[in-house]
Design a protein around this ligand. Sequence first.
Ligand SMILES: Cc1cc2nc3c(=O)[nH]c(=O)nc-3n(C[C@H](O)[C@H](O)[C@H](O)COP(=O)(O)OP(=O)(O)OC[C@H]3O[C@@H](n4cnc5c(N)ncnc54)[C@H](O)[C@@H]3O)c2cc1C
Length: 369
Amino acid sequence: MQDVLDSVRRFTEGEIAPHAAEVDRSGRLPEGIFRRMGEAGLTGLAIPEKWGGVDADLATFAASLEIVGAACASTAWALLAHTMCARTLVGAGTDAQKSRLLPGLASGATIGAAMAGTEAGGGSNPMGMRTHARRDGDGWVIDGAKEFISLAGYADLFVVMARTGEAPPAIGCFLVEKTDAGFTSGRREELLGMHGVPVGGLAFANCRVGADRLLGAEAGGLMVMGMAGAWGLAGAAGAAMGIAGAALYEAGAFVKERVVAGAALATLPGVQATLGDLQMELAASRAGLAQALREIEGRKGPPLPLFRAKLAATECAVHVADRCMGLHGAAGYSRALPAERRVRDVRAFGIHWGNNEVLRDTIRKGSVA
Ligand SMILES: Cc1cc2nc3c(=O)[nH]c(=O)nc-3n(C[C@H](O)[C@H](O)[C@H](O)COP(=O)(O)OP(=O)(O)OC[C@H]3O[C@@H](n4cnc5c(N)ncnc54)[C@H](O)[C@@H]3O)c2cc1C
């Protein structure tokens, strides 16, 4: 674990952190970043060595995302979407699908994105989706549209959820490549934060794919999603805590420098208490995630402890980033410093990778069942 994290830290310091502000300003990830992340092992973190990956465990993955997230939230988000694609393949792919696709995903030559679920009718209820896939000869034809999909127009390979049956209702997962006829990406969304991540629509118009593109069982889409779910939750928790940790570090440095009424802000008991409380909150979230990862090890079924840990970590991170921006005064609200970017970026982790309100609902139901 330590070797992997050392390598992630070195790469992040050299290749990700220096570009973070520009990524936010320009709305573009650095040219060739996936290839370079591949060389440093980041794109293969969750892929077994047999297919060219690093085979890191969930705790190492979350800690890696924390390092990357502290430097650049957009890069962490893109890496998470890519990793989710890889994990669905590791969990549900056939040997042929794995050997065809995983080496490219591990090296960063192929950029993956998963899951493509959300539609105009709502993202929090997958069973309501309209995009459908019907059998046609030995393949499938997909029709419909998705929205708010991470890496739309950027990734090479998408894991797309589509209805495969109506009675009983069924959802399947399909591997769709950017060159597939009938597949296009639509308008890019203008977002509050995560400016470096293209997030937008996908459209399927008579998009014909072979039988080998079905990932998992015909009606097993939710199961495929569940197989990768823990990676999304742990990665999101890690990245959000990375953003909060960076915000805290920057606020700590700022209050030492900033002199008000003849004394550095850091000497004020109120400021010290605020920083102390924020450190305590963040440490509790880290401990909560580590505990949840231990609890779910080897267990089947929905990872309820991880639902709680992701919810707690991402809510804490929003609070920490906001309070840290506040400690900067007006400077915190200015684009000249990273504090405001941290606030804009961190909020997205409560919306996706397990919507926090939906997690709350699931936790509530689980705790009274
Ligand atoms: C930056 C970004 C990237 C994204 N990338 C992807 C992607 O790659 N793939 C993808 O499929 N989606 C993606 N999404 C979409 C995201 O998954 C959805 O926004 C999310 O699932 C909620 O769906 P919705 O926005 O349609 O909200 P709705 O389903 O309309 O729900 C609206 C709100 O109602 C509340 N709510 C809904 N259901 C419940 C419930 N059961 N209990 C309590 N409250 C509830 C929640 O507050 C929810 O946010 C992305 C979103 C963002 C912001």
